[in-house]
Design a protein around this ligand. Structure first.
Ligand code: ZN
Length: 136
């Protein structure tokens, strides 16, 4: 599906019935379709390839885009996938209001430094302008 690094010998047929052999790596079905969709100037080709585009949650993570151990990490009683789905505004509010103590505070030190109270990690964002649909 996603190709490989090994060189494979391919046999090409030309319009006059001739054949040519050329060895190169196989880019894979998905990268091939994506590249052709991106590079084509033909609307017909684009429409044809668009049939294969769609959004469906991944069967292994359910759309969380996090591996299994990460899906079971909790931030202030909220799972990491739930935290990742929050708007910037909500995430900002959550991290600003979080009070961690003991070992929890110790583990979270580096993260709090980036996004917790007094951190400047969120200064890249203007929560009021990004509104409710912006994702962290
Ligand atoms: Zn996945």
């Amino acid at each position: 599906m996603n190709g490989g690094e090994d060189k494979i010998e391919f046999k090409y047929f030309d319009a006059r019935g001739g054949t040519h052999k050329r060895a190169h790596r196989w880019e894979g079905i998905l990268p091939n379709l994506e590249r052709r969709y991106r590079e084509t100037e033909s609307q017909t080709v684009r429409d044809e390839l668009a049939k294969y585009l769609g959004w469906r949650p991944c069967i292994s993570c359910g759309g969380a885009r996090l591996n299994e151990p990460a899906r079971f990490v909790f931030v202030d009683n909220r799972s990491l996938p739930d935290a990742v789905r929050m708007t910037v505004l909500d995430a900002y509010a959550l991290f600003q209001s979080m009070h961690l103590e003991g070992w929890r505070a110790e583990i979270a030190t580096k993260i709090v430094r980036e996004v917790g109270p007094g951190a400047d990690g969120f200064e890249f964002f203007d929560p009021l302008r990004l509104g409710m649909n912006a994702r962290l």
